[in-house]
Design a protein around this ligand. Sequence first.
Ligand SMILES: NC(=O)c1ccc[n+]([C@@H]2O[C@H](COP(=O)([O-])OP(=O)(O)OC[C@H]3O[C@@H](n4cnc5c(N)ncnc54)[C@H](O)[C@@H]3O)[C@@H](O)[C@H]2O)c1
Length: 384
Amino acid sequence: MEKRSRLRYGMVGGSLGAFIGGVHRRAIALEETADLVAGCFSSQNEKNQKTGQFYGIGQDRIYKNYQEMAQKEKEREDGIDFVCIVTPNATHYEIAKAFLEAGIHVACEKPLCFTVEEGQELEQIAKEKKLCFAVTYTYTGYGMVKFAKELIEKGEIGQIVNVNAEYLQDWLIDEIGGGDQTTTKMSVWRTDPEKSGISNCVGDIGTHIEDTVAYMTGLHPKKVAAVLDCYGMDLDLNANILVEYENGVHGVYSCSQVCAGHLNGLVIRIFGSEGSIEWVQEDPNYLKVTRKGQPTQIYNRGTGCITGMAAKLNHIPSGHPEGLTYAFANIYHAFMQEVLDQINGETGDGQDYDYQDVSDGVMGVKFIHAVVESSQKGAAWVEV
Ligand SMILES: NC(=O)c1ccc[n+]([C@@H]2O[C@H](COP(=O)([O-])OP(=O)(O)OC[C@H]3O[C@@H](n4cnc5c(N)ncnc54)[C@H](O)[C@@H]3O)[C@@H](O)[C@H]2O)c1
């Protein structure tokens, strides 16, 4: 059979005007190796149709629900190779399961699902069916985060002794005291336990801290002690979390959606016995590295001092900022390479398949549950 060089994909969620679905589409387009050919972009028919037509999807492949989409795409000879799931949290599990059962590779937004058991079930199905399953933890897609991982692995900052990470936003500040009509409109599903799960802020952005730190350092939280603040809402808008890793080292994660003046302030600081590393997502093309007793150095994306995976992932020359969409493109680059290799019966270099997968998604769900339980128990230490 002739080798394939392009993939076909479908999307569930991501109607026109939705947030992250459009980012996924633009990121995949940057890679120039996959075509959007099917979708169920909204559970509302009109929105779904409008979006499908806007992207030139054939009428027979704009589906009224994801179940029909999974079934019909499975039956087609030219069916989709993978699906992007970009719907609110409550639906990820059932949608991912339907596509896995149809034998279709999955890229799903975080948090992966509501319960650890659901996540483990998805992990098991993907494993049994040998399907690729990406969980799109955005920040691990950045080249400079990959470079940080490489420096840490090489021992450039010595043994890790402390982690200090924050993700501060202010877009839900008007929700303090129970919310008002204006912002509630924007955030309606995120602050609704039925659609968001047991946590808003930790699920939405705290999981990004957990995943980015784990990716950079290999350190997973073993125990957490946390205080969540809801300020009159059903779910948390602010969280301060003490973390103990498997090796006994401690760290602090702080995430919030009510910090005036902070927009998308993810900052990761890793401290080692020989130095430190700091990455700031609002200035993502740079990495600050300090070796003990030396002046601080700033590494620039796309220059000769960058090595490894990070050196391979430049879309545009250094000095031109690469941001969020490029980070997603890097995730898709790795995921789509694995999907394509599988289809073509090839085994590529495992290092090229550098994306966060379903097991990282399960870890995120465990983290959310432990943090919420700890807060409910008055900041007691809880095993993750
Ligand atoms: N990785 C990241 O950095 C990042 C950033 C933003 C959002 N997210 C995640 O992406 C997901 C979506 O968030 P968003 O901000 O884009 O939400 P959104 O509300 O802007 O968009 C959700 C979309 O899903 C559609 N939808 C809802 N239920 C559906 C169903 N049953 N079938 C088909 N379509 C359905 C809606 O019509 C809408 O188009 C969430 O899980 C969120 O946590 C991740």
